[in-house]
Design a protein around this ligand. Sequence first.
Ligand code: HEM
Ligand code: CU
Length: 662
Amino acid sequence: MRGEASVIDQIKDFASWFFVSGDPLIYGADVAIALTTAAIIFVLSYFGKWGWLWREWLTTVDHKRVGIMYIIAALLMLFRGGVDALMMRTQLVFPDMKFLSPEHYNEVFTTHGVIMILFMAMPLMFGLFNIAVPLQLGARDVAFPFLNSLSFWLFFFGAMLFNMSFVIGGSPNGGWLSYPPLSELTGSPGVGEDFYIWGIQVSGIGSLMTGINFIVTIVKMRAPGMTWSRVPIFTWSVLSSCIAIIVAFPVLTVTLALLFLDRFLGAHFFTMDGGGNAMMYVNLIWMWGHPEVYIVVLPAFGIYSEVVATFSKKRLFGYGSMVFAMLSISIMAYFTWLHHFFTMGSGANVNIFFAISTMIIAIPTGVKIFNWLFTMFRGRISFTTPMMWTLAFIPCFVVGGMTGVMLSVAPADFQFHNSYFLIAHFHQVLIGGVAFGYFAGLYYWWPKMFGFKLNETIGKWAFWIWNIGFYVCFMPQYVVGLDGMTRRINSYGWDTGWWAMNFTSTIGGFLMGIGFLFQVWQIAHSIKFMEKDTTGDPWGARTLEWSIPSPAPLYNFATTPLVTDRDDWWEEKERIAAGKMPKEKPKLEPIHMPKNSPIPFIQSICWFTVGFGLVFHWLWIAIPGFVGIALTLLAHSFNYDTDYYIPVDEIRQTEAKAGRGV
Ligand code: HEM
Ligand SMILES: [Cu+2]
């Protein structure tokens, strides 16, 4: 009898260590996860959709579908990160409320920051890359479609691994960059930091591969005639972002690998004893981290440029200076990382160098703002939702940029450092620059993805609620920040006088949450009452992606376009309007396409397994994962059946169905 009891006790001990428990929020999450999983399984089985899901989506290598999956995952993560944000704002309304304990608050700001940047902004950006870049280039897919699918699944399972920490094992709590010694075993003995390391590591490999893939795509897959001076500006922005990715992400990979060795094998790269140096970590992580913020904002600049030109019915002003500005930003971003720790004792000369390099980066950004304004000048502006987000971005980014320049004044930073002033600044550029830009892009390319526009009326409601919420939320934070409120606190004294500002800020936060719900409603409503776009060019746009039907057929272009102008599609429309002959199209030929493959999905599950095993130090789980990776690599290497041809008849039928004669 005693033996049995102790087995049960052992199981109980294990369960209470393995499963996070003791908090109503966690039980709520458990129930939500269980219900969602059950609902998905039920729906897929009821409608007999498992085969469809597997064949059409999970194994797809089509860039348009990969893009859509990125976007869906990113929007789910926006929800999760947003709930985190609202929980923090709720706690901060009443300083002595016991809603989030200090420990729990640490976990929430850590997961919020990581999710928003790595699992929301990055995939939303990759989703838009995937949707737009091959189409803008006149290409049939990205350079390496198989690798593209692998990148997506690595991101996806990395994100799942990270998110799991919420209910299994415990969340990381060392901040979104996990500084040692906090993130060392001494500071964080639980498994949270290991989830952080492996969640980011697995998805980061995917990001690096995407960077390589898109650089090769842009260099090698441009349609004939598309010289560098005819490349659409969004594609240029993707190229500059990807150049930064391939330099920055290896630094991240190595940094996290070293931290992992510290934690797993007791190495001393960053520990406080044994010759380690925690400052080294801070340098390394910001050598990735600072370029990272430019990686996510550059494509937003590209989107704004496309949107401004399209909806002003004018050629983009200053194309050359725009390209030059973006490329120089992607390089200069490497010479500013130290502005994140002016206060850590590097000495005056080092601080001066980084203060000045930071201020210099503001110059190309300013150039771009003027280019957008000049593009609008004397344009025929139409106030569609993508254009509204672009218009809202400009003042928002100007203010955010200027507070950034304030922070870059090293002596002043000793005052602002780690205060709410900083929180307000970086949210202003991340939301006003990055999130607004991706929303603009999402609205802009939505018809190309799905063949119908999103409802403009609800979209405008969402726009206004978001924007008002934004200013109500973040303007007061500049004030409390200057008044001395520091970041990463879950409580403050009533005598500080910070309450009114925090209360206002929280109202703004919830308004943004309502704005998000309006966007969800907008999507649901538009799916139900959609008006099909039969033109393929609902905005009267300028670049090649709008010359083909919406949604784009599997092979994108029935015949490869011959590019003779920048804004080639616009010039073609002008020619036709002027009564000239449209450009002659070559004869239809069978189209060479890549075949679907289950390997990216399966291999990413193996990576997930490896990560999970290493998080818990369970080699009996990690080793089979490694074996799985090796086997799938082998299987792929020996698979020669990777492509096929679409016959001419089938192309003709598809085009006819979309209302195009060829
Ligand atoms: C939707 C509205 C948002 C609200 C209300 C919000 C709110 C917050 C709050 C309350 C904090 C913690 C401040 C502290 O105590 O230190 C925070 C931190 C942070 N947020 Fe947001 N946030 C929002 C959106 C975003 C977005 C879109 C991003 C990135 C794309 C982002 C990135 C971050 C980062 C990196 C941190 C720092 C985490 C850390 O201190 O380690 N947030 N946010
Ligand atoms: Cu920086």
